[in-house]
Design a protein around this ligand. Structure first.
Ligand code: ZN
Length: 286
């Protein structure tokens, strides 16, 4: 960030035009999956507001560059909830503008994030087990930051974790049917989902976009698929399926579009519904 921009931030954060306190406890989330999570913990509580600083269709915010206006949404925040594990790469910008901003990092207690070439893959919410850890972490953080509503946050979190657990109990059969299967994964949002399911996988990194693979890369991938008898390709519902389709047509594999809970409708059951759709799809595969 340029020095001029930093000063602009500083002046709107601390200057005479301070935002009037609306008397509410304002929670601002970084992006869609955190928004859905926090809606379940804090939505509908009197005196608490839940906002998201990015559009629900923005997709992943890793590597996203925010404008000063976007970041200004945080101006009135009492607490800011992020995924963490390096996904919110604009935090330096945020903190230089709002050095006192209280941050809750949902993934702070997640210890099994996938790694690729030494780099932690922070898209952990696609593992329902890690998602449950995130729910608990955020609820405890909110309870500390806003003791007045602590009981409600913790009770709502318990209820929400119960719903995620129910989903897993209901779908236990189709989950165990795919355990140990090898899949090709195109998109970095899905490794946590695959590891949680006990799948063997090879990932093609795309930065959530269609990236051009060389003919040599595709040949290597198809080689790996043939050697390992892989006939399943997972692609993210948020990305282009062009690479997957090209590999599928050469290898004879089938492409399955998996929800990553990274974009969608802003409704409290969005995660549960998207994950249920994934688990239903497993019945076809298993
Ligand atoms: Zn991402």
């Amino acid at each position: 960030m340029s020095a001029a921009l930093a000063m602009q931030f500083a002046s709107c954060a601390g200057g005479g035009s301070a935002v009037e306190d609306d008397g509410k406890f304002n929670i601002v989330t970084s992006f869609y999956p955190m928004q859905i999570l926090v809606m379940n913990i804090a939505g509908g509580i009197d005196g608490v507001s839940v906002e998201c600083m990015s559009d629900p269709n923005i997709g992943c915010i890793h590597d996203h560059v925010f404008t000063t206006d976007d970041l200004r949404l945080v101006e009135n925040a009492d607490v800011y909830v992020e995924n963490g594990l390096g996904l919110e790469t604009f935090n330096d910008q945020l903190l230089s503008a709002y050095p006192d901003l209280q941050i809750i990092e949902a993934a702070a207690s997640v210890t099994d994030a996938p790694e690729d070439e030494g780099e932690v893959n922070g898209h952990v919410w696609t593992s329902p087990e890690d998602y449950i850890i995130e729910i608990a972490e955020v609820a405890e953080g909110l309870a500390q930051a806003d003791p007045e509503h602590a009981d409600q946050y913790l009770a709502n979190a318990d209820e929400y974790i119960g719903k995620v657990d129910d989903l897993l109990v209901t779908n236990a059969d189709c989950m165990s049917a795919v355990r140990g299967m090898s899949v090709l994964v195109i998109d970095e949002t899905l490794p946590s989902f695959c590891e949680w399911l006990g799948l063997e996988y090879e990932m093609v990194e795309t930065d959530h976009e269609q990236s051009a693979l060389s003919a040599g890369d595709i040949a290597d991938i198809i080689d790996w698929m043939n050697t390992n008898g892989v006939s399943v390709i997972f692609v993210s519902a948020d990305s282009d399926t062009a690479i997957a389709d090209a590999i599928a047509s050469e290898s004879g594999a089938t492409v399955y579009v998996m929800n990553t809970c990274m974009t969608g409708e802003v409704t409290s059951d969005a995660y549960l519904e998207q994950m249920q759709a994934n688990l239903t799809l497993l019945e076809e595969i298993g």
